[in-house]
Design a protein around this ligand. Structure first.
Ligand code: MRU
Length: 344
């Protein structure tokens, strides 16, 4: 992705450390943080320095590799098993996190007791996991752009951009590609309360790339559906089940229902690491509940009645019946057959 005219990934490995753009500071400040320890990486995932399903998968993969690289020879297995648990527990909803951590853990484990080779393989596996995501996102963009008509006015929710996926994005890869093909698109960006990933991060990425867009409040999309000014909806996902139900940022379900009511296509875009082949339906997906402070405060300021409780589920479930298609690197599929098709 371009940031101020320079090419960046949202995270990468350099000088024996995992580097990540601090997404909590964007768009006001641009800062790259350095991580050399899995505990720091787990905390960065928990507090959302890095966020977005594929990006936390890759951060988890590098966190696991860092542990394997640095674990003492004595009690090596114990050490890395503990780190594996800590990393996976950092956030519960996006399956990509455990897929990324397991990818490195299982690749490296095979070579114990040759610890020097185990360490070598761990880092290679993390690179491979991250590079696969980048390639898949590029493919999602090219395939997905085929369903974007010229002049489309597209609604997106949360940030499913390069920041959320290392590079290109999922929903935003499609939008980027359609823009590059000169399709003259316009993007409605849901602000995405309470963390404002749309207003802060998606809007930032679109501006950097010169893609025409406007931020709307989460409640405003109904008005634009009603006016006939939204032609399609594209979002990412945090977990996709066998039956085609998906979890994504809180508010996604409402957009999907509104799209169906207005006969507008609703697409999900996701790499293979977002599929959970053990998850039968949306009822099996653990939904992360975050702090009520994210709703009640902006910075230091309380913005509501201080004595009231607030409920803050970070994700919701969109049932398969509201999803027109799932855009994957292997094709665009009906939700109910997508998990099967991406495994072929
Ligand atoms: O809480 P976040 O910011 O990690 O949530 C991110 C989302 O819900 C994204 O839409 C999803 O991870 C897809 S990102 C390609």
């Amino acid at each position: 992705m371009q940031i101020n005219g320079k090419e960046y990934r949202s995270l990468w490995y350099e000088d024996d450390a995992l580097k990540m753009i601090d997404q909590n500071l964007l768009p006001y400040e641009f800062e790259i943080k350095s991580f050399t320890d899995h505990l720091e990486v787990a905390e960065a995932i928990r507090i959302m320095t890095v966020r977005g399903a594929p990006a936390i998968g890759a951060a988890g993969a590098y966190g696991m590799a860092l542990t394997i690289l640095n674990a003492p020879d004595e009690k090596f297995r114990n050490h890395i098993r503990k780190a594996h648990g800590t990393l996976i527990a950092a956030r519960p909803t996006a399956i990509d996190l455990s897929i990324g951590v397991n990818y490195v853990y299982e690749s490296a484990l095979k070579f114990i007791p040759d610890l020097s080779y185990t360490r070598h393989v761990a880092l290679l596996a993390a690179h491979e996991f991250a590079n696969n995501i980048v390639r898949e996102c590029q493919e999602i963009g090219v395939l997905g752009s085929q369903v974007v008509p010229p002049g489309a006015r597209i609604l997106t929710h949360c940030n499913a951009g390069a920041l959320a996926t290392i590079d290109h994005g999922t929903a935003l890869a499609v939008i980027r590609q359609a823009h590059r093909e000169g399709k003259n698109i316009f993007v409605y960006v849901d602000e995405t309360r309470p963390r404002l990933q749309g207003a802060k991060l998606t809007a930032f990425e679109l501006e950097q790339e010169g893609i025409p867009h406007a931020i709307i409040t989460d409640a405003a999309s109904g008005f634009y559906f009603w006016k006939g000014e939204i032609d399609m909806v594209i979002t990412g996902a945090d977990r996709i089940c066998l039956n085609g139900d998906i979890a994504n940022k809180i508010g996604t379900y409402e957009k999907a229902v509104m799209a169906q009511v207005h006969d507008i296509p609703f697409y999900i875009a996701a790499p293979v690491s977002t599929f959970d082949f053990a998850c039968v339906s949306g009822k099996d997906i653990p939904i992360e509940i975050r702090s009520e402070d994210e709703i009640k405060r902006i910075g230091e300021n309380i913005i509501c009645n201080p004595g009231s409780a607030a409920l803050n589920p970070a994700f919701d479930i969109t049932p398969a019946k509201y999803i027109g298609g799932i855009i994957t690197p292997k094709g665009i599929f009906e939700p109910s057959e997508a998990a099967q098709k991406v495994q072929l």
